[in-house]
Design a protein around this ligand. Sequence first.
Ligand code: NAD
Length: 435
Amino acid sequence: MLLKEKILSKKAKVCIIGLGYVGLPEAVAAANAGFRVFGFDLDKTKVNNVNRGKLYISDIEEQDFKRVIRSGALSATTDPRILSEADVICVAVPTPFNVYKEPDLSYVLKATEFIAKNSRKGQLVILESTTYPGTTREVMLPVLKKKEMKPGRDFFLAFSPERIDPGNSDFHTTNTPKVAGGITPRCTEMVKLFYSQFIIKVIPVSSPEVAELTKLLENIFRNVNIALVNELMLLCDRMKINIWEVVEAAKTKPFGFMSFMPGPGVGGHCIPVDPVYLSWKAKEFDFHTRFIELAAEVNSNMPYYVVSKVNALLRKKSPEDSTVLVLGVAFKKGISDMRNSPSLKIMDLMQKEGFDVLYNDPYVPSTSLREHGGGKIYRSSKLTSKLLRSADCVVVVTDHPDYDYEWIARHAKCILDTRNALKGVKGCRDKIVRL
Ligand SMILES: NC(=O)c1ccc[n+]([C@@H]2O[C@H](COP(=O)([O-])OP(=O)(O)OC[C@H]3O[C@@H](n4cnc5c(N)ncnc54)[C@H](O)[C@@H]3O)[C@@H](O)[C@H]2O)c1
């Protein structure tokens, strides 16, 4: 049977490499659409959890997940030989940066080697991990291309970026349009056909490079605009103008303006990381991506600014005699993901200054500052009125919707609000300081 027919009849077997924030929702969506889906991950715990029907990603509907596990439409394995059975392979492995802030493609490369070892004619391979333009063609294709195998004829290769937004209840895998570009027009045709089976709209583009850069543009756009509003916030602080009110007012323009909010810095696996991929690649072309570098400079300074504000608020008290309670360590509200979270940097800086640092996060029971050189394990403190009263300063870093901000304001001595989360709080204005 030709791949096209297999996809249309849902007889194509799908393998998702990497069962994380991107891979698992997609695996569930494809299985729900009628495909037999295998998840392949090197992490035994994730594989066991999937096979036992234990959901570990909050954005997936539990009933959808349970249904496909129960029916046998989705199962997981740590054995790469499963790849030889697959007709369609989606690669959703991490693309972090290394200590020198250079792209680390080792996960993509390893996944590609697994595919090459188990490849056969007629397979469609789609890279979904965010990366610089050229990765699919320059890094994956040479590994996958065997002598007698021609892309677009014997196998199909494409790039299609993932756009999931953790914590967003309106948009998820199936109702978010997906961009895709193949190595050849036939590759693009195949990738479009596959995603069209379970995604509302597929936008074909002329090459993997266009698709790769599309994703980077989307995230760099956010990064640069956040930096712009962060810089304006620093100016507003000096000018004694309320930046939050300015942004709210600008938002009333019905065209030509898109709002971004200031904050304690950027976090997650995308916004701080993806721009680095492009600026690294640009150097190969003797090109300096100045907007990206400037945005990184402004945004990475924000945690330092937050700590300087805490110091200013505690004016007469020395750090050694001060307890600071951080509310929220996840990088954004309503989720548990802490990767590159500004909270971790803020906690690390405060700990180094000698503050007694405590935190509460309803989504994150414990954390360590290992990434920042500190090995101490922090456990989320129970949020009680006593705890709030005992802290010299409460810093709201993540504006989780679970918090009762009125109650927090009533009991805390002093609050630094880095997200304007307490904007609706009526009383206690004298003890709330906005970023
Ligand atoms: N998390 C997001 O919101 C988001 C959104 C859009 C795009 N992305 C991009 O998608 C990619 C994946 O991100 P994520 O957040 O899902 O990562 P993740 O860390 O949650 O999941 C990746 C999974 O891949 C597995 N893995 C790593 N190497 C492997 C290999 N060689 N073989 C098999 N499994 C392997 C890991 O064990 C892990 O379970 C990244 O490039 C990221 O930038 C992420």
